[in-house]
Each structure stands twice: as structure tokens, then as C-alpha cells.
Design a protein around this ligand. Structure first.
Ligand SMILES: NC(=O)c1ccc[n+]([C@@H]2O[C@H](COP(=O)([O-])OP(=O)(O)OC[C@H]3O[C@@H](n4cnc5c(N)ncnc54)[C@H](OP(=O)(O)O)[C@@H]3O)[C@@H](O)[C@H]2O)c1
Length: 318
């Protein structure tokens, strides 16, 4: 059954806000109710002439969440939560789900995935290990309620917006959407790239604005498959370099990191969590944990025309 009354947990955040905006864009067309769950009250999120109220919940308290979900008769919860503390993250998502399951109106849940398959990389990427427990709970709930409950893992690869880091276009900040600005693998402003492996593995890139549109469109599907894989583009990192060189009109300085190079780098890291995340991702990448193992099914099921990598690079570097 299509989603009608949707709560986005963490919808004030970087990705979450794009999903809220994607939903607000189709709100009138489909008569949706969209609310944002947050740890603190805040002003409504407005987009495309529509609003979503931001409602405070205590993620440690199932009753606090359930009361809000009940007030709005929520049928679908999309989690875009993040925490660097595993216990907090795991408990928050678990409590969200339990609060939903207590209501007859509720029938859909999407955990905070939105990258590469967390299950594939969790052995090596520490921050993604905390994404696994909710998947086990969701599998169990689905077994218990096969006809009345659905969940899906939205995978979108790497946000293509990071390719715009350092662009000097007059409105260049718009390239990042609501995301933080940093270079990831490629730094087009310096004409450099640090590539895990030989750069020949295929990788999914999706602009965060398009992730918002894909997820919003997926709420209007009658059924949810366990995986909803979306892509703005599927390219090898070497192909991204060739496009970047072509558009920038300059040869890039490219460093390739073998598994041994990466392990050597990891042995010298500081305590910085994000630094570890970066190199753990590199290790997962060379080990094949990030390989694309399923078809890009969501692109075929919804009518969204995402921006491809060449188009994106031409827009911000051409
Ligand atoms: N594909 C990619 O390239 C890529 C890149 C980055 C992230 N991601 C994924 O996208 C998802 C969202 O990431 P994001 O960077 O958009 O998240 P974020 O903006 O850092 O955080 C999302 C929201 O989580 C809530 N939050 C923060 N700390 C919390 C805590 N301790 N307990 C409960 N809620 C907390 C906050 O909302 P309130 O303050 O309103 O409560 C925050 O706005 C994650 O699954 C992440 O792995 C993917």
C-alpha cells in the first residue's frame, strides 16, 4: 500500500532535509501528510509551497514517539538519523520502529542506509556496523507480519555533490545542497584524486537532491522491495577522472592506493573518527565490499531523471 502519512526522523539534517523537500514537492499531488521528527522543536520546513512541521520526540522513550506518530496517524517512517555513538543510534532506530509497530496505521519503515550496502561493508567500516541491528529486527518483523509490514534499504552510493567541492561558480555553494562541503576521493579544485585500488571498480554516484526525489517517488509505489537501489550514474573512478580532466581541460594528479598502502596509512591515523571512516572505506573498496551486487531497480520503477556525473561536473566545472 502506498505511503500517505509520512514521518522523516532526522529530517532537519543534511540528507533528511532533501528527503523532506522531495516529499513536499509531491505532497499536494498525492495528498500527503509529511512530518519531521527531531530531538528539539523547530520551525516548519517549507519547500515548493508546502510545509512539514518539525516535532520534538525523545528517541529514548517509545511512548513519546508513539504519541506523535498516533497524532498524525503515520503509516511510514523514514529514518535518516546519524549518531557517532552506536548505542544511541541503535536504540533510536529500534524505538522508532517499536513506536510505529504499536499503531494500526503503521506499515512501512526505511532505516538510515543511503550509501553503499551497509551489510557488505560492515566488517571493515566501523561506523556502518551500527546500521546492522535494525536490519535484523526488520527481518524478524517482516517474518511475523508478512502481509501488513514492509521495509526497504535505500542505497544510493556516494553523493555526487562532493565532486563540486572547491568550485568557484558564482552560486557554487548550491552544488552541495544541504550537505557538508569536503572532497571525497576527488578534489577537482586541486585537480587531484586519491583512488583506492586500480580505479576500475564500478561505483554508484547520486546527487543528494535526486536521492530526495527517488525516495519520495518510492513512497508512492504500491509495494516495497527489500532493496531500493538508485543511481545517478554508475562509473569507475577512472571514468570519473577522465570526465573531470575533459571538463576541466587539465591532467589530474592521481594517486592509486593498494591494500598495503591503505593498511600503512591506517596504522598512522589519529583518533579522528572521520579519518578512520575514510580509510576504512578505502579498505572496504579494495576488498570488493562496495561492489555493486544488485540491479539498480528503483530507477526502473519510478519516473525520476537523475543528474549524471558528467552533467553535474559540467554544471559546476564547465
Ligand atoms: N551516500 C553518501 O555519500 C552519504 C554521505 C553522508 C551520509 N550518508 C548517510 O545518510 C544518512 C544521513 O546522514 P546525514 O549526514 O544527513 O546525517 P546528519 O545530518 O549528520 O544527522 C541527521 C539527523 O540525525 C539527528 N541526530 C543527530 N545526532 C543524533 C543522536 N545522537 N540521536 C538521535 N538523533 C540524532 C539530527 O536531527 P535532530 O537534531 O533534528 O534531532 C540530525 O539532523 C546516514 O545513513 C548516512 O550514513 C550517506
Amino acid at each position: 500500500m502506498k505511503s500517505q502519512r509520512i514521518a522523516v526522523a532526522g529530517g532537519t539534517g543534511k540528507l533528511g532535509r532533501h528527503i523532506v523537500e522531495g516529499l513536499l514537492e509531491i505532497k499536494q499531488q498525492h495528498g500527503l501528510t509529511v512530518i519531521v521528527l527531531s530531538r528539539s522543536p523547530g520551525p516548519d520546513i517549507s519547500f515548493a509551497g508546502c510545509n512539514a512541521p518539525v516535532i520534538a520526540v525523545n528517541y529514548e522513550n517509545v511512548d513519546s514517539i508513539r504519541n506523535v506518530l498516533n497524532d498524525y496517524q503515520i503509516d511510514t517512517i523514514i529514518s535518516t538519523l546519524v549518531s557517532l555513538t552506536p548505542e544511541t543510534f541503535i536504540t533510536s532506530q529500534e524505538n522508532l520502529l517499536q513506536a510505529g509497530l504499536a499503531l494500526p496505521s503503521f506499515h512501512r519503515f526505511a532505516p538510515s542506509e543511503f550509501a553503499v550496502d551497509s551489510e557488505q561493508v560492515s566488517a571493515r567500516v566501523n561506523l556502518y556496523r551500527m546500521k546492522i541491528p535494525i536490519l535484523r529486527t526488520l527481518e524478524r518483523v517482516k517474518r511475523e507480519r508478512p502481509d501488513s509490514f514492509e521495509y526497504t534499504r535505500f542505497n544510493c552510493g556516494i553523493f555526487a555533490n562532493y565532486l563540486a567541492f572547491g568550485n568557484t561558480k558564482p552560486e557554487g555553494h548550491k552544488a552541495h545542497g544541504h550537505l557538508a562541503r569536503f572532497p571525497f576521493v576527488f578534489d577537482l579544485s586541486k585537480r587531484t584524486a586519491e583512488i583506492p585500488g586500480d580505479g576500475e571498480k564500478q561505483t554508484v554516484y547520486t546527487r543528494v537532491e535526486d536521492v530526495g526525489k527517488f525516495v519520495a517517488a518510492a513512497t508512492q509505489l504500491e509495494t516495497w522491495e527489500e532493496y531500493n537501489e538508485m543511481a545517478g550514474d554508475v562509473l569507475t573512478m577512472n571514468e570519473v577522472i577522465r570526465i573531470s580532466e575533459d571538463v576541466c581541460g587539465a591532467k589530474f594528479n592521481v594517486k592509486y592506493y593498494s591494500r598495503e598502502d591503505i593498511l600503512a596509512k591506517m596504522s598512522q591515523l589519529s583518533e579522528n573518527v572521520m579519518e578512520h571512516f575514510y580509510w576504512e572505506f578505502y579498505l572496504a573498496y579494495v576488498n570488493g565490499d562496495c561492489d555493486i551486487k544488485r540491479p539498480i531497480n528503483l530507477n526502473k520503477m519510478v519516473d525520476i531523471k537523475p543528474v549524471g556525473v558528467r552533467q553535474f561536473i559540467e554544471q559546476w566545472w564547465g
